[in-house]
Design a binder for this molecule. Sequence first.
Ligand SMILES: Cc1cc2nc3c(=O)[nH]c(=O)nc-3n(C[C@H](O)[C@H](O)[C@H](O)COP(=O)(O)O)c2cc1C
Ligand code: SF4
Length: 438
Amino acid sequence: MTTPRPETLAKLTPVLTRRWISPDAWRIGSYENLDGYAALRKALKAHPDDLIQLIKDSGLRGRGGAGFPTGLKWGFIPQGDGKPHYLVVNADEGEPGTCKDLPLMTHDPHSLVEGVIIASYAIRANRAYIYIRGEAVHAARRLRNAVAEAQAKGYLGRNILGTGFDLELVVHSGAGAYICGEETALLDSLEGFRGQPRLRPPFPATHGLYASPTVVNNVGTIASVPYIVLGGADWWKSMGTEKSSGPMIYSLSGRIANPGQFECGLGVTLRELIELAGGMQPGHQLRFWTPGGSSTPLLTAEHLDVPLDFEGVAAAGSILGTTATQIFSDQDCPVYATYRWLEFYHHESCGKCTPCREGNYWMVRVYRRILAGQGTHEDLDTLLDTCDNILGRSFCGLGDGATSSVTSSLQYFKQDYLDYIEGRTAPKLSDKQLVGAH
Ligand SMILES: Cc1cc2nc3c(=O)[nH]c(=O)nc-3n(C[C@H](O)[C@H](O)[C@H](O)COP(=O)(O)O)c2cc1C
Ligand code: SF4
């Protein structure tokens, strides 16, 4: 493991992660000793519209993958409509490689609870939900405990801190389906239906939970709010880049010495992140990587210096997504990695629309054939043709995301496919695993 240089270490900007190493950081006493709930006291003295303006001024963009401007989203909620308003926190975190929300909720659940209260006050919601992945039992337990602690201190419930503002916060555990991270499927699941995406428009801002105005935001988005309230929009914008402001938690996994979460200003490069993580594992050279989870097109060693912000990654032909960088080396096979991701998308496809349901089913079978040494040159055209029929033709982003690693691996690593097809690489799958491939 190599030691990062001081100038690279200076790239670390612990904001959302700064309490994680404090003893008992998840308890309300520790949280309050570290500025906890100071932002709430400040926010409740402000007019809700001024809070929405503050979030707009900060340039905060959603941390759930699409980077939509948060203040703008809050501003879409109609006011004075006489309907209940809801805030729903998306804590489903199912994107392969992504592990930023789970540690945040486990180590610092009160920052999310405080963010929920402030955001609900801003959009005039009296009921909020945190929809958390079913398997995340430990994080859900910590969250429920934090909610009870906040309630006991008068930060939640009726007449919060004597201001007349009421908020009930419910932690709801899902059943563990990737599609339930898609915001409209999440709302259906929360209402007790099978989690499948809804047709849009109408959008959740007017017809969300129980057909009422609803904001759906990611855990990291909402947990950023107390910091912006305390530090101000200019301080937030002093981190990151012009159009991608603030710090971001990058999850690093794969062939690096020290995998984990590294919080840096948006725009840090993979070269710098790998240095922070102690370098590549001994004997491994970087070959390909995902900038933001498996739904984002692969990048290669040529992209080590791409700024990892929304614009920089888009200019390099990929998507910033959830900043889940999965790092693969010269000892990993891009064809096999893509096949494993496709198995995931095929399994998680909700089946509502034909391109995603059928396309992923067939692509998995083509990959099995190639990896078993029985592929043909036409299979590569079939894969691209299938992706062409899924991308932009699916009902939701799951279908689009499934095509990312297929098209990008064929763009950068076609030779690896040809090596299987032309017999230069030994088959990775046996005839037994080929069942149903033809
Ligand atoms: C298949 C699929 C899965 C998703 N999973 C998540 C997730 O686990 N967490 C999340 O915050 N957003 C997820 N999203 C994005 C949400 O639909 C939505 O854009 C996000 O929650 C909005 O929050 P933000 O504006 O704070 O980023 C997913 C989208 C798709 C298409
Ligand atoms: S794209 Fe896939 S996950 Fe999304 S609605 Fe269609 S079948 Fe369901």
